[in-house]
Design a protein around this ligand. Structure first.
Ligand SMILES: [Zn+2]
Length: 271
């Protein structure tokens, strides 16, 4: 969103606030809900040095897109995704769950050997909003040590489960030298049916733009390893996989190159 549009929207919210609707209720709610008890068990706040960057997209004029996959590696999706990527000579970034990388070291090695980039998607895929600070840090650090084990693998990126972060997330990323990658586009609007392959394809073809970060999946979150895969989520993942070849063909026809996140950032316009 550009700055002017954002400010216009903000001005709109102000008008609602003047009528006593939006801000009034938000403030009341904040005061009425102190920290839940489980969040009080935290590491002590401390001063911090260094920095971590947060990306939703990359500022570049190159026709390049970073395609990313979350929640793997899984035997159900990862090999199939790799085969499709080879066909289109596309390099992607795989945000892996530590527990799964530990369970499937062969798949981790295959992804690395194929020239793709590895990202950290936490060890147990639990939202930072549901963990105390120490557990947030521990989840990121444990996944990092699992993922960096194969020789020659450096992990530069963190993607938070459910896209939710806290101060502890930023501290851990700063300590480990990780930048945070959110995304420009996912499969489509919420209303899109779980099995709408054409809808996913159409959405992602229209989302193509220089510097976009696209977020798809080669796993189904915690359901990939706790034995309770959610049916609707599984169907969505099947649908993403079915749409993938058509999306890659469409992007290729539109002149886009599919690169890793670090490669996309290397093409950033200098200030
Ligand atoms: Zn995830």
């Amino acid at each position: 969103m550009d700055r002017r549009r954002f400010l216009r929207r903000f001005a709109g919210a102000g008008a609602t606030t003047a009528a006593g609707v939006v801000l009034g209720s938000a403030v009341t709610q904040a005061v009425a809900n102190p920290y839940p008890p489980h969040l009080l068990d935290s590491v002590a706040p401390r001063s911090q040095r260094g920095k971590t960057s947060v990306y939703w997209s990359v500022d570049t004029t190159d026709r390049a897109i970073a395609l990313t996959f979350d929640d793997g590696p899984t035997t159900r999706y990862t090999p199939a995704v790799l085969d499709i990527l080879v066909e289109f000579e596309a390099r992607a970034t795989f945000f892996m769950i530590g527990v799964l990388a530990q369970r499937h070291p062969d798949l981790l090695a295959r992804v690395v050997a194929a020239g793709h980039e590895i990202g950290n998607h936490s060890h147990e895929h639990i939202s930072a909003l549901r963990l105390d600070r120490a557990a947030v840090v521990d989840n990121i650090a444990r996944a990092q040590s699992v993922l960096e084990q194969p020789a020659g693998t450096t992990v530069r990126w963190y993607r938070p489960p459910r896209g939710e972060i806290t101060t502890a997330t930023l501290i851990a990323c700063g300590d480990l030298g990780l930048d945070i990658a959110f995304w420009t586009a996912q499969r489509g609007p919420r209303a899109l049916a779980d099995d709408d392959v054409a809808g996913v394809e159409q959405h992602l073809l229209s989302a193509a733009e220089p510097g976009a970060i696209v977020d798809l999946h080669d796993g189904i979150g915690t359901g990939s390893y706790d034995g309770k895969p959610n049916e609707s989520l599984t169907l969505r993942r099947d649908t993403e996989l079915a749409a993938l070849p058509r999306i890659l063909a469409g992007w290729r026809d539109a002149g886009f190159e599919i690169v890793t996140l670090s490669e996309l950032v290397a093409r950033q316009r200098s200030e």
